[in-house]
Design a binder for this molecule. Sequence first.
Ligand code: DGL
Length: 260
Amino acid sequence: MFDSGVGGLTVLRTLIQRLPHEHTVYLGDTARVPYGTRSGEVVTRYALLSARHLASYGIKLLVVACNTVSAHSLHALADALPIPVVGVIEPGAQAAAARTRGGTIAVLGTPATVASGAYQAALQRLAPLASVVARACPLFVPLAEDGWTDGEVPRLVAEKYLLELRRIGVDTAVLGCTHYPLLARTIADVLGPRVAIVDSADATAEAVASLMASREMLRPPGAAPRHRTLCTDVPDRFRAVAERFLGRPVGMVELVDLQP
Ligand code: DGL
């Protein structure tokens, strides 16, 4: 599994709970984060570096835990690797389509994810009766990285981004960025109690589990699984933030260099 940084650990946490016998290797590309403010071309170039590096570990499946990469680069990754590649957008859109009451679905994501139109297209296909609005919330990423998830500052930022959506009266909001689940409480407070908040992590873990079961790829219970954590810069900071994202201690974080 990889992400631009620590955000994808919210997906890893759910995946390990859902598939407790699998070995995992997680790569956070902390040397190049954030991806969400870059062009699709650059995001795909970075994503291919991470995917090729992970392929050298003999992985049997790749989870793209980053919404921005899932939005722009899923086809390029699937073409480049001989293994199944699962992104977060289709499962997230399916979960939102199941929750909407046919009103308006809000997609919250990075500027690159919103600009790609990937969630909007998936939702129009899966929930044709619903309307879709999308809102880029770029400041949520540094707030989550720095642990500013509650209190006055994130509340003010969330109000700037979201009060208009509350006025429109959306019925469902998809957290279309790995970092946003950490601000879920603040986002829910601002949007109001009648809005269903959808996090794609659960839906993605479910999609991975059923794909692996259908292809008979699941590891039987046995010796304890290994969980490796890699990053491309400042491993000490990565470990500290990762522990907050995962909600448990992270062992050694290995520093890797992604070669073109
Ligand atoms: N992981 C990114 C995403 O889910 C958010 C952080 C970034 O911009 O790199 O879109």
